[in-house]
Write a protein that binds this ligand. Structure first.
Ligand SMILES: Cc1cc2nc3c(=O)[nH]c(=O)nc-3n(C[C@H](O)[C@H](O)[C@H](O)COP(=O)(O)OP(=O)(O)OC[C@H]3O[C@@H](n4cnc5c(N)ncnc54)[C@H](O)[C@@H]3O)c2cc1C
Length: 412
């Protein structure tokens, strides 16, 4: 039996603690917050999209960074096993659109409660309000892990330590980058840290007029000059500074490498089900029905009310013009505007609004079969502190569960 200290009581840390305890180790879980799983609580808008029910192989397609590294972890504790694990402890789950898995109760707190019950059953000692300041090794800066030093200077001895301190997004949940500092002080490389799955700012002054407008079934295309970087159907949202919503958050994960090469150009196809020809016919029909009305009063059926003033402005057609006076060129310009509504993306929002951190402890220095550091024996990593991230849909928590499992289960 070894003494194991797990630093961080989030998804990865709780899972690592449970499996280290199941291996027969004496496990101490240290969490600086007043409770466990603060970030889990806010996941999935409070409903916790805890994994995805896709084929296990399909998980890799959703991983933006570290897919290869995750092979052992995902196959050691698959998405199916995660669901079975929670169900076996009484947490009923359900599958929604996009194979997203949620607790049937729709309460993320039930996921946390279930994990707490398992921690108790496995006799994991949990200490809250306990911030780790330093990971100690037998010789300074190298050698085996020997324990941790707390913020109050107490030293706790251990044979192994798991760093599961999360990334640095939504700092209020406790993840403020401590794990990166621990890793660096022990010689590990931390790759560039960036906010990802995050809203984007836009240059257009009229964007704030669209605040709160949600568009469903649109197609978004993001370009850098002529190069198309992202193209997807779905739902998006306008905010007072720019754009957000599922399509945009995913886009931010995919175009993340262009963060320093802004602006990017976004085109929203407001009527993706119609070709340009079909849309033109549809507009002609609407215009015929409204022949003597002014342009501004003839487009109400085509767009949500908030969008109409912006469309009128960008179309270049005088809003008071009679519909039967609109030229073919003007009408075709309108078609183009609807098929490629332009937004200039200028900036990513910061870590406070980012669902995940891109970058982290370099996975090159971590053994993918055990999550143990290749530099410091007895030191393990799990979860978002590693340079791993995925798109939305339950994949980031799956990373936390799988790497947490593998770290905990690998401690000899
Ligand atoms: C708004 C939002 C919604 C999300 N929704 C989803 C979703 O629905 N599905 C999904 O798959 N993913 C979602 N994610 C991402 C997911 O929550 C994270 O990827 C996941 O929680 C990472 O788990 P973790 O255990 O690695 O880190 P965290 O959950 O961040 O846990 C780290 C813990 O370590 C503690 N800690 C840090 N430093 C110290 C220290 N020095 N001493 C002691 N304790 C310390 C922190 O207090 C924290 O409790 C969402 C993220 C956000 C922000």
């Amino acid at each position: 039996m070894s003494k194991v200290i797990v630093v961080g009581g989030g998804a990865a840390g709780m899972m690592a603690s449970i499996w280290a305890a199941r291996k027969g180790h004496k496990v101490l879980l240290l969490e600086k917050n007043e409770k466990l799983g603060k970030k889990i609580y806010i996941t999935g808008k409070g409903r916790c999209n805890l994994t995805n029910a896709c084929e296990t192989e399909a998980l890799f397609k959703q991983v933006m960074r570290g897919g290869k590294f995750l092979y052992s972890a995902f196959y050691s504790f698959t998405n199916e096993q995660v669901i079975a694990f929670f169900e076996s402890y009484g947490l009923a789950t359900k599958i929604e659109r996009g194979e997203r898995v949620f607790p049937s109760s729709d309460h993320s707190s039930d996921v946390i409660r279930t994990l707490q019950q398992i921690l108790k059953k496995e006799k994991v000692e949990v200490r809250l309000h306990t911030q780790v300041k330093e990971i100690l090794t037998e010789q300074p800066e190298k050698g085996r892990v020997s324990g941790v030093r707390l913020a109050d200077h107490t030293v706790l001895g251990a044979d192994a330590a798991v760093i599961a301190t999360g990334g640095c997004s939504y700092v209020s949940t406790g993840s403020d980058g401590d794990g990166y500092r621990f890793a660096e002080s022990l010689g590990h490389t931390v790759t560039q840290l960036r906010p990802s799955l995050v809203p984007l700012e836009a240059a257009e002054p009229w964007i704030k007029d669209l605040q709160g407008l949600s568009l469903r079934n649109v197609k978004v295309r993001i370009r850098k000059e002529k190069k198309v970087l992202y193209e997807e159907f779905g739902e998006m949202l306008f905010t007072h500074y720019g754009v957000s919503g599922p399509l945009i958050l995913s886009a931010s994960g995919i175009v993340n490498d262009y963060m320093d090469k802004m602006p990017l150009f976004m085109e929203i196809d407001l009527k993706p089900a119609l070709t340009r020809e079909q849309l033109d016919k549809r507009i002609l029909r609407d215009f015929e029905e409204n022949q003597n009305r002014q342009f501004k009063n003839a487009v109400g059926k085509l767009f949500p009310a908030k969008l109409i003033p912006i469309i009128l402005m960008l179309s270049g057609i005088c809003p008071d013009k009679k519909v039967n006076e609109i030229t073919r060129e003007e009408r075709l310009g309108l078609v183009e505007l609807i098929k490629a509504f332009p937004v200039t993306l200028t900036r990513f929002r910061d870590f406070n609004e980012a669902i995940i951190t891109r970058g982290g402890v370099s996975v090159r220095e971590v053994n993918p079969s055990t999550m143990e550091s290749k530099l410091v024996p007895g030191l393990y990593f799990a979860g978002e502190v590693l340079d791993l991230d995925a798109l939305t849909g339950g994949f980031n928590l799956q990373i936390a569960w799988s790497t947490g499992y593998l770290a905990g289960d690998s401690i000899p």
